[in-house]
Design a protein around this ligand. Structure first.
Ligand code: C5P
Length: 237
């Protein structure tokens, strides 16, 4: 498949229509790093290719475990072919360990293992700063059709969390929390979309709790690329 016109450019990705098929899009993973709703920006050469490879591996693992995704195939270092979907405007977040915005919001001590996996929704709206939503907010905003769709998203992220938590534990990584997005294809099927990578997950080393994710950039810890390379190395090990 070949690129036709660019239809979207976001903080970390560009999307292109294809010359051959209107049901498919080409995604380009960029090297840009952003945090705090785009306030902090940088470039890390090779980051796009790392996220493309990591996300492809994770989506393949999920497909093997009967999670339906929009990924068709990785095309080359920075590109994927995906099914065209209408993105549901919700960030769906699962948390196993308290950190990040949760600790700030609720005063839970950083690193506390939660008694059960917490699932949250945020509204995908940069102007509003992606606010956290409860089910009723999501329904009032018509982010989804009805409660059964919200329930489906919650059940899917819990399944995905179990698959990934076990997988990464075997690789010596704690899956602290992660964000995913879903979209609807032309037949109305809800598919896992976007990416799952160290940009959208928190990974801590099982022994040392060293951060191997975008918090290295958010917190100015350095070693971003080395950390992402380590995540890919462990996935492939
Ligand atoms: O910042 P917060 O603690 O709410 O992030 C929870 C999880 O969601 C983290 O893994 C973070 O990387 C991810 N996230 C994301 N994109 C956002 C907000 C959070 O990938 N816009």
């Amino acid at each position: 498949m070949t690129k036709n016109e660019m239809i979207y450019e976001g903080k970390a990705k560009k999307m292109w229509s294809t010359k051959e098929c209107e049901d498919y899009l080409i995604v380009e993973f960029k090297d840009s790093l952003t945090a705090f709703n785009g306030e902090k920006k940088s470039e890390e050469v090779g980051k796009g290719a790392l996220n493309n490879k990591i996300s492809t591996e994770i989506f393949h693992l999920l497909e093997k475990n009967y999670i339906k995704t929009a990924l068709v195939e990785m095309i080359d270092d920075n590109h994927q072919l995906v099914k065209k979907v209408d993105i549901i405007p919700l960030e769906v977040i699962a948390r196993n360990i308290a950190t990040g915005s949760l600790t700030k919001r609720l005063g839970i001590k950083d690193g506390t293992v939660l008694p059960f996996t917490l699932v949250e929704f945020c509204y995908k709206d940069d102007d509003l700063g992606d606010p956290i939503l409860n089910d009723e907010h999501a329904l009032i905003l018509k982010a989804v059709k009805d409660q059964s769709e919200l329930d489906y998203l919650k059940a899917e992220i819990r399944k995905i969390n179990e698959i990934l938590k076990d997988f990464f534990a075997k690789k010596g990584l704690k899956l602290v929390d992660f964000k995913i997005e879903f979209g609807k294809d032309k037949d109305g099927n809800i598919l896992l979309a976007d990416e799952i990578s160290p940009d959208s997950c928190r990974f801590w080393d099982m022994e040392t709790n060293e951060k191997l994710d975008k918090d290295r950039f958010r917190q100015g810890l350095g070693g971003v690329k080395v950390a992402y390379e380590e995540v890919l190395k462990r996935i492939l090990s």
